[in-house]
Design a protein around this ligand. Structure first.
Ligand code: ZN
Length: 353
C-alpha cells in the first residue's frame, strides 16, 4: 500500500510539475522578448505563439503585467523535424537543426534553424564604431551610454535571426564578452577594459588612434575583411549591413533610415525594401504613427569600399529623450528592430536570388 501511495504521489507531482512548468511570471521591467528568453524560448517563433496564448492578459502596447502568470508556448523539440502543414503552418514550428555562436553570449549562443528561407544568402554584419571609438555618447543622469554598444546588440540580434532562417553570417566587429544583452543601460566596460581591447575586427586588434586617417584605417580594416571573405564565398547573393545610431540635437527625433551608395541600383533596391518593410511593420503595430524612413545616399566610405552590395542603417537619435531613447533602451524594441530588418532582408533575397 505504501508503495502504491508513493507511486501515486510521485505521479501526481510529475503531472503537477509538467503543468506548472508552462506558466511563469514576469519580473519588473521585463518585455515579452526578454521574458521568453529568460524562459528558454528565445527563438522568434515563440513570440507569435505567446501572443495567441496570452492576448487577454497583456497590458497596453503588449506589455506584461507584474503578478500575472503567463502561459509559455510549448518548447519545440530540437532535432524533431515537424513537416510544415500548408494549412496551419503559421502556428507550426519547423526545426531544421541547431547551431551555436558563442558571441551571442551564454543564454543565446544556441539557436534553432527554423527555416531555409535564407539558405544560400551570405551576410556581412558590421556594428558601427568599436575599439577606441565609442561613436555617439549620451548621458542619462550619471550613466554614460555609448552608441557602439547599442549597435552591437542590435547587430547580434539580427545575426541570430538570419542564422535561424538558414543564412551564412559573418560578424565583422566582435566582442568576446558582450553577448546579446537585455539590459536597459548597456555597459561600455570602460572600467574593466579602458581601451576596449575586447572588441576586435574578427580577432584582429582594431586600429587605434583618433586622427581622421585613423578613422579611415579602421573603416578600411572592416572593408578589407568583408572583401576578402566575399571573394572566397560562393554565394551569389551577398549583402553587407552596417548598423548605427545617429547623433543629432536632442530635440530631434529621427526614424530608422537607410543609406545606400550612389549609383548602386541593387543597393538602392535593398535600402528601399528595408524602408518599406519597416513602414509596414509600423503601420501594423502603431497605425497612427507617421513613418518617414528616408532613403538617402551620402558618399559613405564603407558603402563605396565594400565589394558586396551594402546598406548603412541609422536606427534613431541617441541624444533624443523621447521615443528614440525608448527605441534603444528597451531590449524588446531592439529585438523588434532586428526582426523587422530580418524580414526586409528575406524580401530582398527573394527578389534577387
Ligand atoms: Zn555611428
Amino acid at each position: 500500500m505504501k508503495k502504491v501511495f508513493t507511486l501515486l504521489l510521485f505521479t501526481t507531482l510529475s503531472i503537477f510539475f509538467a503543468f506548472s512548468q508552462d506558466f511563469a511570471e514576469p519580473i519588473q521591467g521585463e518585455g515579452i522578448h526578454a521574458f521568453l528568453r529568460r524562459n528558454n524560448r528565445s527563438e522568434s517563433g515563440y513570440y507569435q505563439k505567446f501572443l495567441e496564448l496570452n492576448r487577454d492578459k497583456l497590458g497596453e502596447d503588449q506589455s506584461l503585467k507584474l503578478g500575472i502568470s503567463y502561459q509559455l508556448p510549448p518548447l519545440v523539440k530540437v532535432d524533431s523535424i515537424v513537416k510544415p502543414d500548408s494549412k496551419t503552418n503559421t502556428t507550426q514550428q519547423t526545426t531544421l537543426g541547431t547551431g551555436t555562436e558563442p558571441l551571442f553570449g551564454e543564454k543565446s549562443a544556441k539557436y534553432e534553424i527554423m527555416s531555409d528561407r535564407l539558405k544560400g544568402a551570405c551576410f556581412f554584419l558590421v556594428s558601427g564604431h568599436g575599439g577606441p571609438d565609442p561613436g555617439a555618447i549620451t548621458k542619462i543622469g550619471n550613466i554614460e551610454l555609448h552608441e557602439d554598444e547599442y549597435n552591437y546588440d542590435v547587430m547580434l540580434r539580427l545575426a541570430r535571426n538570419l542564422l535561424q532562417e538558414g543564412a551564412t553570417v559573418h560578424i565583422i566587429i566582435q566582442d568576446s564578452k558582450d553577448g546579446i544583452r537585455d539590459d536597459k543601460y548597456l555597459s561600455n566596460n570602460k572600467t574593466t577594459d579602458p581601451k576596449d581591447n575586447q572588441e576586435t575586427c574578427m580577432g584582429e586588434k582594431i586600429h587605434q588612434g583618433y586622427d581622421k586617417k585613423d578613422v579611415i584605417k579602421r573603416l578600411n580594416q572592416q572593408c578589407n575583411k568583408i572583401n576578402a571573405l566575399s571573394k572566397k564565398s560562393n554565394a551569389k547573393y551577398q549583402r553587407a549591413v552596417f548598423i548605427h545610431w545617429d547623433s543629432r540635437p536632442k530635440s530631434q527625433s529621427v526614424d530608422i533610415f537607410f543609406n545606400y551608395s550612389e549609383n548602386n541600383a541593387k543597393g538602392k533596391q535593398l535600402a528601399n525594401t528595408l524602408e518599406k518593410t519597416v513602414r509596414e511593420h509600423y503601420k501594423k503595430s502603431q497605425p497612427n504613427r507617421p513613418y518617414k524612413g528616408l532613403v538617402v545616399h551620402p558618399n559613405y566610405h564603407v558603402l563605396r569600399n565594400t565589394t558586396p552590395i551594402s546598406v548603412l542603417i541609422e536606427l534613431g537619435n541617441m541624444q533624443h529623450e523621447g521615443k528614440d531613447r525608448q527605441r534603444y533602451l528597451d531590449s524588446d524594441n531592439r529585438q523588434a528592430i532586428a526582426n523587422w530588418l530580418c524580414n526586409g532582408l528575406i524580401k530582398d533575397y527573394n527578389d534577387n536570388k
